[in-house]
Design a protein around this ligand. Structure first.
Ligand SMILES: [Zn+2]
Length: 134
């Protein structure tokens, strides 16, 4: 199952970040997931709950933000959210569409419970923002 390996990467990234910040617990993992991926959010949520066992993320919440799929036609320049994700032909002129958004799979941020001062944690935060997973 595809979702298991993704969940494993998410837990691993969170673990690395938590250890860097000497955190005791990972609290929230915020994920941006495009609709034009084959990943099923419910399956990913389920896989995450299995993979997080025995890690610093064992009590973490996985927040999944669904990014709508937006496509653009290079000929008539209309940007739309297609009715079906497989039909990538412009309904206006029949030209193949360019995908603008919907392919995202990235961790937006990770919140950890840290014993350090907040100001010390901030220096690591940017590294993990909008980091593509593949
Ligand atoms: Zn068009």
């Amino acid at each position: 199952m595809h979702e298991i390996s993704i969940a494993e990467s998410i837990v691993q990234i969170a673990e690395t970040k938590a250890r860097e910040q000497k955190a005791r617990l990972v609290q929230v993992i915020k994920l941006r997931l495009g609709k034009f991926t084959t990943i099923v959010p419910e399956a990913l949520q389920f896989a995450f709950e299995i993979c997080r066992e025995g890690t610093l993320s064992h009590a973490a919440r996985l927040d999944i933000e669904r990014i709508p799929m937006i496509v653009r036609c290079a000929v008539c320049d209309s940007s739309t959210e297609p009715m079906c994700g497989v039909c990538l032909i412009c309904s206006e002129c029949g030209f193949p569409l360019e995908i603008i958004s919907g392919e995202e799979l990235e961790i937006e941020y990770i919140e950890v419970d840290s014993e350090q001062e907040v100001s010390q944690c901030n220096q690591h935060q940017n590294e993990f923002q909008s980091r593509p997973m593949y």
